[in-house]
Design a protein around this ligand. Sequence first.
Ligand code: SAH
Length: 501
Amino acid sequence: MKGKVYLIGAGPGDSSLITVKGLKCIKNADVIVYDRLANDSLLEEARENCKFIYVGKEAKNHAKTQDEINEIIYREALDGNIVARLKGGDPYVFGRGGEEGEYLIKRDIPFETVPGVTSPIGGLAYAGIPITHRDYASSFHVITGHLKDENEELNWSSLAKLKGTLVFLMGVSNLKKICENLIENGKPEDTPVAIINWATTPYQRVVEGNLSNIYEKALEEKITPPSLIAVGEVVKLRKNLNFFDKKPLFGKIVVITRAKSQKKESVSQLKELGAITYEFPTIKIDEISPNLELDEAIENIDRYTYIVLTSKNGVDIFFNKMFSLGYDSRRLGGIKIGAIGPKTGKAIEKYGIKPDIIPNEYVAEALVEELKNVLNDKDRVLIPRAKSARPYLVEELSKLCKVDEVKIYDTLKEQCNPNELMEFLNDKEEIYFTFTSPSTFNNFVEILGDRSKDILSKGRIISIGPITSKTIKQNGYKVYSEAEKYTVDGIMDILLKEGEA
Ligand code: SAH
């Protein structure tokens, strides 16, 4: 059976500007064929085993010709696949989407178009420029600055007469010519112009000027594609309507070293605040399986008066195991539950149970203090937790009553590429390295080897709490700031303060 092709506009750059329908198609796709301008973080939304084909084009350096791209999409659909063809912005705005559609229709391949937020509208908006405004522009015109045939000229005299906003796409290399032609044909030299580079992404840069000086300014600022050239009075509104590059963490780089499975929430929060996140997971969570000791503990859960959980990972593994053995949360009915901190507590609540004990400070020491008030020698405590956890909690509680520690997961070193990180950070400033446990730091240093001194000296080290800070200092590094609450939110608070500074 033939598959189907969805020609999807991925939006101008910010991955959250994809439409609801576009996202649905990505989630359902067997194959995703994507361009350079489509934000590749959207690929994370694809289902497991989805095949990714990059057909990115860079000006003058086409990775794949249009004919090859047409053929790839066609062949994949012919094989019965649901193909998501992801393009930057809207697929029909200078995206050659029409050509791809025609190619498929001619070959009888079912296809649909999913429009997207196009960059001349969305990109200008993120620069604080409304493309129309009752007082300044009652039309807008989107024009290619890169003509198919270099000798083919745009009708400059008509363009120059237009009172609406002009937006040139693919125009950086012709910027001088665009300005000269508009002036020669009668547009006033002082008409405001803005160039917006990498619009809607945390790398967005905006250069403002007018028709007579914008070329020099863009040269000075070394503006490259992809950029939008906006010409018209609406550009002046930017000073009032700009919101995006005023975000508290705009342009700051945050390196995240937690496990892939743990970082999603913090990444999206940081992005929302304007930060550039670099994900460098140094640990991975590896459930110990089979785990007869855990099975046995759950089968004999009535032995216990308390269960103490010390991480979200531990909570998920524990409950999933209990469910897979055929029980539900009622199994824990008569047992008191302790959590080390609010995130662990929230994770427990998801399974329908409110923890009885959550200390104010989120370290084992504080949990021990709280438990000291309630435990006596008749109690028996189950602690399902990480293999590499500090012995402190178990040692201290064992002084009060019987304690069974069951190791349920291990944190292993993740494979990640130090060269890519080095290359990425090479020309960057305002870098923050965040560490959420001693193992994230130890692994980071191990993975980078000799280069870790160099790399870490480029930025500031943020630690989640005293135990992690101790490891960092023992390794000879300086902790720039330590979270007041020993949680990821505590790290976020530090970063927000940095943004205000
Ligand atoms: N289909 C796309 C346009 C593709 S043509 C759309 O609807 O937006 C490619 C040109 O679009 C680039 O050369 C640049 O001029 C513009 N462009 C696309 N995304 C951009 C971005 N994030 N920032 C600046 N310009 C962008």
